[in-house]
Design a protein around this ligand. Structure first.
Ligand SMILES: Cc1cc2nc3c(=O)[nH]c(=O)nc-3n(C[C@H](O)[C@H](O)[C@H](O)COP(=O)(O)OP(=O)(O)OC[C@H]3O[C@@H](n4cnc5c(N)ncnc54)[C@H](O)[C@@H]3O)c2cc1C
Length: 324
């Protein structure tokens, strides 16, 4: 079993976890950040990277992707150890340390833990016909558009991500086809209209029933309800079928959980010593689940964890402007 020793371990690399990582660096601590997703940014990266966010203090409007870029730049000042694509599956607390076990057999030993696990570990809903095609032309995320230039792209899904990606890829792809199993969509009406007004072909009451090609996809089979399957060229398939979130193993670590959320006090402490929580995952009277609130809770959690990590430290960190 590989072992990593650090001062603070953070579970969850969403906006709250990233800001907590920055704060750990500001306090002079070593920090490790674990996330089951392969990318940083939590819900923002997974679900709405191209949407404008209007309620982050100091940014009258900011695209999800740009907010994450800023958070990562800020977090990187702490030089975190990012442990991505790995799920935290176990927790062991002693009087002077916490040990978080990951599903790749790594053990992260730290003086304190902050859980910023949001709505839990999310996994993309699989495309049944796409089994074995991930990375061979099929993806669940569209983190950048350039790889799709000049390709015939098939997007599967009827939600915001499917439509946002159709809008973004249409100008650069050779063709974009959106396949959805119903004829009603869950995306914003304005985006749906934008897609209808574009060259994107929308195929409804239909499913992608096969992918073909070697080594990467070159054709897909689309089956419209009640009709014969039809094959068409496609060098890229985006399965935008949404995500399932699961708080999973956290619920069995002896942490007080209420309706799938971690109960904290006003210093973001849980019922376990050395274990704090912040962001969407927390529960207390009056809790509001917003990015802005998560930022405040991250600062509170790290600064209270600071005293646990180093008993001679103060909760108040001083002003960052004085350190600049
Ligand atoms: C479509 C949409 C639009 C939104 N728009 C806004 C908006 O305009 N303004 C606003 O303030 N909020 C908005 N929100 C809500 C906002 O995204 C959340 O409040 C925010 O992402 C919470 O951040 P977080 O870091 O606490 O958790 P998350 O972003 O959920 O990140 C948690 C991370 O923890 C990881 N994780 C969980 N469990 C484990 C585990 N066991 N091991 C490893 N990793 C784990 C997950 O993979 C995830 O990456 C929106 C949400 C959605 C879905």
């Amino acid at each position: 079993m590989a072992q990593l020793e650090t001062d603070l371990v953070i579970i969850g690399a969403g906006p709250t976890g990233l800001f907590a990582a920055y704060y750990a660096g500001f306090r002079g601590f070593r920090v490790a950040v674990v996330d089951s997703l392969p990318e940083l940014g939590g819900q923002i990266t997974a679900m709405y990277p191209e949407k404008l966010i209007l309620d982050v203090a100091g940014f009258p409007r900011v695209k999800g992707r740009e907010l994450v870029e800023g958070l990562v730049e800020q977090a990187n000042t702490a030089e975190p150890d990012y442990l991505l694509g790995r799920t935290a599956t176990g927790l062991d607390c002693t009087d002077d340390a916490v040990t978080v076990s990951l599903d790749d057999d790594t053990a992260v030993v730290a003086k304190a833990l902050i859980i910023t696990a949001g709505i839990g570990k999310f996994s993309p809903r699989p495309l049944p016909a796409g089994d074995g095609w991930l990375g061979r032309g099929m993806e669940f995320f569209v983190p950048s558009f350039a790889p799709y230039a000049g390709k015939d792209v098939v997007i599967v899904g009827g939600g915001d991500s499917a439509f946002d990606w159709a809008v973004s890829l249409e100008p650069i792809a050779s063709s974009v086809t959106l396949v959805h199993r119903r004829d009603a969509f869950r995306a914003h009406e304005r985006t749906v209209q934008q897609v209808r007004d574009s060259s994107v072909e929308i195929v409804t009451k239909a499913q992608v029933t096969g992918l073909f090609g070697e080594p990467t996809v070159s054709e897909v089979e689309i089956t419209v309800d009640g009709q014969e399957p039809v094959r068409r060229p496609a060098q890229a398939v985006v399965a935008a079928l949404g995500f399932v979130a699961d708080l999973g193993p956290l619920q069995h670590w002896g942490i007080e959980v209420q309706k799938r959320h971690v109960v904290v006090d006003s210093s973001m402490r849980t019922n376990l010593p050395r274990v704090f929580a912040a962001g969407d995952v927390t529960e207390y009277d009056g809790k509001v689940r917003l990015i802005a609130v998560g930022f405040g809770e991250a600062a509170t959690a790290v600064n209270n964890a600071a005293v646990v990590i180093d008993p001679s430290a103060h909760v108040f960190p001083g002003h960052s402007s004085e350190a600049s």
